[in-house]
Design a protein around this ligand. Structure first.
Ligand code: XBP
Ligand code: MG
Length: 244
């Protein structure tokens, strides 16, 4: 039976409840670009079904934004054909500034489980849809300037362009770890993340958050409110149960 060797962490919504900050950054970018767009929380919960900030904005324009009304209101043509790369760069700058300046804590139990896993000799990796700069902006102030040394593999939007639920980011993580799926556990918060990990045959623990609590988590190994009360021994036991 395969033995647990590595934990693979998602970032947004899993390591920290970052989506409110992402939402604020999107709206800040729309305002600074002079776009007549504003996403409220209820719309963002729906838009989060599309992974990837650029993909999410394109989905919004295609499926939610009323071009005719906007043009009738005299909005600029930019509102109907924005440069998503440029807009996402503005958004990422706004988000990283928030992360570096803000007091957003990592989710309960995250720092402890990372430290305990390292002490127990488990290998750690990150498999996320967001950008490398966003990961650093979140983890550097909270885990210190050497945070990345604790993660042997970091796969992100820049290395895995096909976004969750596509399993690319997890398959590339396994390949770089040199491990099989049965030697790993994934930690996720969303249905897209679960489907991506299961697509790579990785047993997955879900820790939902207010943006994802309503998602379908069928196929998850465990659904936990957080990792606050989870010990490494629990992870080994749950993993062994899953391998039987
Ligand atoms: C969640 C996402 C990301 C963020 C926004 O990533 O889908 O798109 O919502 O970040 P994760 P970007 O896989 O870590 O849960 O604007 O950089 O995409
Ligand atoms: Mg997530």
């Amino acid at each position: 039976m395969a033995h647990l060797q590595a934990l693979i962490f998602d970032v947004d919504g899993t390591l920290a409840d970052t989506e409110s900050a992402h939402l604020a950054a999107f709206n800040q970018a729309f305002a600074s670009a002079g776009l007549p767009w504003h996403w409220d929380e209820s719309l963002y919960v729906r838009l989060l079904e599309v992974s990837g900030g650029k993909e999410r904005m394109a989905h919004y324009l295609a499926h939610h934004f009323n071009r005719a009304d906007s043009l009738a209101a005299g909005d600029s043509t930019a509102a109907i054909a924005p440069d998503f790369d440029a807009l996402h760069a503005i958004k990422t700058t706004a988000y990283t500034q928030q992360m570096r300046a803000g007091s957003l804590a990592l989710r309960p139990g995250i720092e402890a489980i990372i430290a305990a896993a390292q002490k127990a000799g488990l290998r750690l990796a990150i498999a996320t849809t967001t950008t490398e700069s966003n990961i650093d902006a979140l983890l550097r102030p909270r885990l210190g300037p050497d945070w990345s040394q604790g993660f042997e593999v970091i796969e992100h939007a820049g290395t895995a362009p096909r976004k969750k639920p596509d399993p690319q980011v997890y398959r590339q993580t396994l390949q770089r770890l040199g491990l099989t799926a049965s030697e790993c556990l994934a930690i996720e918060d969303s249905a897209n993340g679960l489907q991506a990990a299961l697509g790579a045959s990785i047993a997955t623990i879900i820790t939902p958050n207010p943006f994802t609590a309503h998602h379908n988590f069928e196929g998850a190994l465990r659904i936990l409110p957080s990792l606050q009360d989870t010990a490494i021994a629990d992870l080994h036991r749950w993993h062994a149960d899953a391998m039987r």
